[in-house]
Ligand binder design. Sequence first.
Ligand code: HEM
Length: 402
Amino acid sequence: MWSAGGILGGVVAVLTIFIIHWTYKWRNPRGSSNGGVLPPGSMGWPLIGETLHLFIPSRSLDIHPFIKKRIQRYGPLFRTSLAGRPVIVSTDAKVNHYLLLQEGRSVEIWYLDTFAKLFNQDGDSNPATFGAIHRYIRSILLSYFGPDSLREKLLPQIGQMIDSTLRIWSRQGSVSVKEATATEQKKMIKMIRNKLREKRDSPDQAFEGDLLDQAVKEMNTEKFLTEDLIVHFIFGALFASFETISSTITLSFKLLSENPSVVNDLRVEHVAMIKKRENPNSSLTWDDYKSMPFTLQVINETLRLANVIPGLLRRAMTDIEVNGYTIPAGWTIMVATSAQQLNPNTYQDPLAFNPHRWKELDSSVLSKNFTPFGGGMRQCVGAEFTKAFMATFFHVLVTKYR
Ligand code: HEM
């Protein structure tokens, strides 16, 4: 006869064996169906993996300590587990370049945020719809924010907006900046939805010739353009532009205030340009923007250090062989471009703000080691807009303020 203590002991023993076996399998995942070798690394604790280490905020411009420590321990390619998913992190410039060019072949984009909702990534969206939405969003954003629109329409508007904002700020003792909370984001989504309905219900009255007008008009011809999709698209575009440009400009302000000689060199370039103009008060033009080598060096150096998007997320669609290791199909890949931009082998004294370094940097090295806007078919559609915006900001700042 089994005693109660014996049964309990048996259950505990079976449970212990199960937990040990499960933990062993968690910590030692299989490389692939045909026995490929996984990159070195640790999968951390069951379920939570190493997520908590990654979310510890870093106040330095340096590579995040989570990544830095693991590069030192395992090399440029390592495995981990984040947010319940097995992940390969790559900080290797050649591997990253290769992976970004593999979009739609062996890897696909993997969004964790607003964009996942937009593309209904975890829902039932089929690849053809996904592709059509992606092409639509790229082309509509490029037509409103790309080089042609900047040249013909946007640059003077950006100039006026920066000018009036700085004028107001310069009269204040301090300026408070804050990030939008989840409640404010919800309010914003509601506001966009109301605006969309207003435009849809009375198209003639509410027509302003903007991106939202065009999307609303095309709801009749493009089947995938639902109300929800447009709302998330507009919110996503605002988020992608606002979050990134504001933090880059904020950092540039800090870096310039610590480096008065750079401000001086910028001022020389911009004042010389104003002297060539017929109307010294006109705002920066496309030709001005394209003929300011030092300003572009300052922009590059700020983008390099800002590392606004420290890693791009992808999902392996097939087993991928790189550097003698296998990235198994289905695993998430973090293409950690931030590590490339702070690599001392490419950028001497990588944490120093030194715009002059750009004169000497070899363009072939840079094509793989300077990717603030990503690469391949997912490259940022707002890249030119961002650079022109920053150039205009510097123009107003150094010509009108001390
Ligand atoms: C400092 C400024 C910015 C930085 C550093 C930045 C960076 C990036 C990066 C790295 C990607 C590639 C993401 C990936 O491959 O997973 C990207 C994509 C994207 N960016 Fe930006 N971005 C900036 C500004 C903007 C602006 C101003 C806009 C809007 C006009 C914008 C809209 C987008 C969109 C829509 C995508 C998705 C493109 C696609 O999937 O085809 N970004 N951005």
